[in-house]
Design a protein around this ligand. Structure first.
Ligand code: ZN
Ligand code: ZN
Length: 177
């Protein structure tokens, strides 16, 4: 994902809209199990800055923090950023390096603003730390590991059964003596 800047600069002060709709896996190794990425970006040029603003929605592979089932977490956020235009050095024409400069230093040099790394960081920052497959996920039983979304477990029954069994054995021992 990149923005070609000469067009933006020639229309200084105007906002130009872009849309990207891609598979996450095609862009990032990190999200190889991910779904779709939808990106709407408005770009404008002002003085020494390239301004971008828009919204992002991505389906990211996640594991539910309660039931431990894998699911696709929808990550959504709005963003707004100003990239300072800096002089390009002849060494820095590697797209990956330019993408990292854009993301980490919020600078842009040359004719192209590479957004991949910026968007990757945005996804990581927006991902929930303890995602849930659904808001009311019941999780798994700490006693038997049953997924309580799928079925009820009988831990309570089993506990009382076990006590009964032990009591019975005690009784057997006593009667044996
Ligand atoms: Zn869950
Ligand atoms: Zn249980």
């Amino acid at each position: 994902m990149f923005i070609y800047l000469p067009e933006i600069k020639s229309r200084s002060g105007e906002t130009v809209d872009y849309q990207f709709n891609q598979e996450l896996a095609d862009i990032f190794d990190e999200f190889s199990d991910g779904g779709n990425l939808k990106l709407m970006v408005s770009v404008s040029h002002s003085g020494e800055e390239i301004l971008i603003g828009g919204s992002m929605e991505a389906g990211v592979a996640a594991v539910c923090s309660r039931c431990l089932e894998p699911f696709t977490q929808t990550v959504r956020t709005d963003f707004m950023e100003a990239f300072t235009i800096v002089k390009s050095s002849p060494v820095e024409d590697d797209p990956e390096q330019l993408a990292e400069e854009a993301a980490n230093m919020l600078t842009v040099s040359g004719d192209i603003l590479y957004l991949d790394e910026y968007i990757r960081q945005l996804i990581v920052l927006t991902q929930e730390y303890s995602p849930l497959c659904k808001p009311d996920c019941k999780g798994i039983c700490s006693g038997c590991g049953t997924d309580l979304n799928q079925s009820l477990c009988r831990c309570l029954d089993q506990d009382s059964d076990q006590i009964d069994v032990r009591l019975l054995k005690l009784k057997e021992l006593k009667t044996g003596n």
